[in-house]
Design a protein around this ligand. Structure first.
Ligand code: IDP
Length: 147
């Protein structure tokens, strides 16, 4: 079953949105496999956002993601990578549709509430950057056959 890495960014944690965001993915029917509140080190931030190293906002991005705790999660489900991206909305909250997470809760592109892997390759990479194998839980809910 497909897995993705989702992270409530420091602004989402500060604004008490963890529960709301977890609820959205739970109610959608996705399956929580791992979760933790953690502070991202500079090294982890630079690795995670490595593809943006040459962008002018890279320093600001690393400073922001390390500025306070994040809530890191692994979710499982059919097509979860792209469906979670749809639920998150466009990168810039200005362009994100109402009903999406960034459309409903974000204002600025630099503080856009949530991160989600954008492909199977990045999901695999990001899950292994943030979680050890023993932090991922394989279990079945009886409801799983209904969703
Ligand atoms: P994504 O988070 O929707 O996948 P990416 O293009 O991978 O978007 O960018 C990573 C993060 O970098 C974004 O979520 C956003 O917070 C930040 N970012 C993107 N563009 C800008 C910008 O122009 N200024 C400041 N931050 C930006």
């Amino acid at each position: 079953m497909e897995k993705t890495f989702l992270m409530v960014k420091p602004d989402g944690v500060q604004r008490n949105l963890i529960g709301e965001l977890v609820t959205r993915f739970e109610k959608k029917g996705f399956h929580l496999v791992g979760a933790k509140l953690m502070t991202v080190t500079k090294e982890l931030a630079e690795n995670h956002y490595g593809e943006h190293k040459e962008r002018p906002f890279f320093g600001e991005l690393v400073d922001f993601i390390t500025s306070g705790p994040v809530f890191a999660m692994v979710w499982e489900g059919d097509n979860v990578i792209s469906t979670a991206r749809t639920m998150m909305g466009a990168t810039n909250p200005k362009d994100a549709n109402p009903g999406t997470i960034r459309g409903d809760y974000g204002v600025q592109v630099s503080m856009n509430v949530i991160h989600g892997s954008d492909s199977p390759t990045s999901a695999e990479r990001e899950i292994s950057l943030f979680f050890n194998e023993n932090e991922l839980n394989e279990y079945t809910k009886t409801i799983s056959k209904w969703v």
